[in-house]
Design a protein around this ligand. Structure first.
Ligand SMILES: [Ca+2]
Length: 193
């Protein structure tokens, strides 16, 4: 029998209560004052504003009702949009965080780190996307963990296997040259039942 894929939605109109957000790409007061509201579905999306180095981290809370065992997590998906500027796929990096100790995100959890500062990172051009994201265009990004390896232009050593127990979070990082606002909508974890 084929495996049933289930999706857990982290953000569509609001952030799912199992998750929290932190990071320098969020608006300071959490409001969207001055930032146009756009959405792929519903009324809103998550606006991220910044330039190189700014980021957001989706963190699974210790009180989370769900757990994300690595062997059941297929990956992540979200819709991505830039209203005014072209976004090149080397200008955004996605990192996945995992733990061998606990099922939730803990700052500085290095139980699953194998000698590298960050767990794993992949620029979007590493996802088979080979052209820039044009302004005013939504595109669905899907990041599957199994084929995920270190971006050779970001980290030096490719790691084919990601040996950890739980997925605990992920981050989206402005990686180079882009400054402005991007939007994420329908942010989901893809799992097998
Ligand atoms: Ca939405």
């Amino acid at each position: 029998m084929p495996q049933q894929v289930v999706t857990l939605t982290l953000f569509d109109e609001i952030l799912n209560s199992n998750w929290m957000l932190s990071g320098t790409a969020l608006n300071e007061d959490g409001s969207s004052d001055g930032i146009p509201t756009v959405s792929h579905s519903g009324e809103t999306s998550l606006a991220l504003t910044g330039e190189e180095g700014k980021h957001v981290i989706f963190q699974l809370r210790s009180s989370s009702q769900v757990r994300l065992p690595r062997d059941r997590v297929l990956g992540l998906s979200f819709w991505l949009y830039s209203r005014e500027k072209t976004l090149n796929f080397d200008q955004l990096l996605v990192e996945v965080f995992g733990s061998d100790k606990v099922h939730y995100w803990v700052k500085g959890d290095d139980s699953a780190v194998i000698g590298l500062e960050t767990f794993t990172g992949r620029r979007l051009y590493g996802l088979g996307l080979n052209r820039a994201l044009e302004p005013d265009t939504w595109i669905r990004i899907e990041i599957l963990l199994d084929p995920l390896v270190y971006d050779p232009n970001f980290d030096e050593e490719p790691v084919e296997d990601l040996p950890f127990e739980f997925v605990t979070g992920f981050s989206v990082l402005f990686a180079g040259g882009f400054s402005g606002t991007i939007y994420l909508d329908e942010v989901q974890v893809l799992m097998v039942e």
